[in-house]
Write a protein that binds this ligand. Structure first.
Ligand SMILES: [Zn+2]
Length: 211
C-alpha cells in the first residue's frame, strides 16, 4: 500500500492508463491527480479544433473518474508539439502548483511518470522531481504505460500494485471512454499484457519507504 499520494499526469489518460487498476481496487490511495498538458488539438484521428479537442478530452476524463475519489486538477498547458509554438510552462511554476496540492490534500507522496517512452511531455513531468524534492516532498515514479517497465532508478525499489481481474476488466472498460486518445485494439493489447504480468502496475519508491 502506497501512502496517500498526489499523481502528476502529463496527459489526461496517463494516470488511469498506468494506475487505473490500483485506483479502482483501492491499493493506491490517490487524493489528487494534477494533469499538466491538458490542452490539445490532437486526437488519434488527426488534428482538430483546439477548444473542441480539449473539451472532449476533459469530458472523457470526467466519465472515467465519475465515481472515483481523486480530485482532478487541469493545468491546461498545451501539449507537445503545440507547446513549441504556444506559451510553455516553467518547471518551478508547475512544481509550485503540485506542492500546493500536496499541502492542501495532506499527501505523503508525489508520483511522477518514469518517462519510459521518453515523450517530451512525460520527460518534462518527470523532471519536476528535483524541484519537488527540494521543496521537501517524497517523490516516487510510476511505470507510465504503454511502454515496457524500465530499470528501477538507483536508490528506488519497484513496488508492484496488484489488483483483481474484476478491476482489470473495469479498467479496460473505462479506458475505452478515452476514445479520442486510445484505440480499442490498444485497450485489448494492454489487457493481455497486464494479464500476462498478473495484473500488476508498478511504482518506484525510495528504498526504505516501502515497508
Ligand atoms: Zn501521455
Amino acid at each position: 500500500m502506497i501512502a496517500r499520494s498526489v499523481i502528476v499526469s502529463p496527459h489526461l489518460d496517463d494516470a488511469f492508463l498506468s494506475l487505473g487498476g490500483a485506483l479502482l481496487s483501492g491499493v493506491l490511495d490517490a487524493c489528487v491527480i494534477v494533469n499538466v498538458f491538458s490542452t490539445s488539438d490532437n486526437t488519434r484521428f488527426g488534428t482538430g479544433d483546439l477548444e473542441e479537442v480539449t473539451a472532449r478530452r476533459r469530458s472523457e476524463d470526467g466519465r472515467v473518474f465519475a465515481d472515483l475519489s481523486p480530485q482532478r486538477i487541469y493545468l491546461d498547458w498545451p501539449d507537445w508539439p503545440l507547446r513549441f509554438t504556444l506559451p510553455r510552462p516553467r518547471d518551478e511554476d508547475v512544481a509550485n502548483v503540485v506542492s500546493a496540492a500536496c499541502r492542501v490534500a495532506n499527501a505523503a507522496f508525489v508520483l511522477l511518470p518514469a518517462s519510459i517512452g521518453q515523450h517530451p511531455d512525460h520527460d518534462f513531468t518527470r523532471q519536476l522531481d528535483r524541484c519537488l524534492s527540494d521543496s521537501g516532498w517524497m517523490v516516487g515514479y510510476y511505470a507510465d504505460l504503454p511502454y515496457e517497465q524500465p530499470q528501477c532508478p538507483p536508490g528506488f525499489v519497484a513496488s508492484g500494485l496488484r489488483h483483481r481481474e474484476d478491476d482489470a476488466d473495469e479498467k479496460a472498460r473505462r479506458l475505452l471512454l478515452y476514445s479520442s486518445q486510445i484505440a480499442a485494439a490498444y485497450v485489448a493489447a494492454d489487457y493481455r499484457r497486464s494479464q500476462r504480468q498478473g495484473f500488476v502496475e508498478t511504482v518506484f519508491v525510495p528504498v526504505g519507504s516501502d515497508s
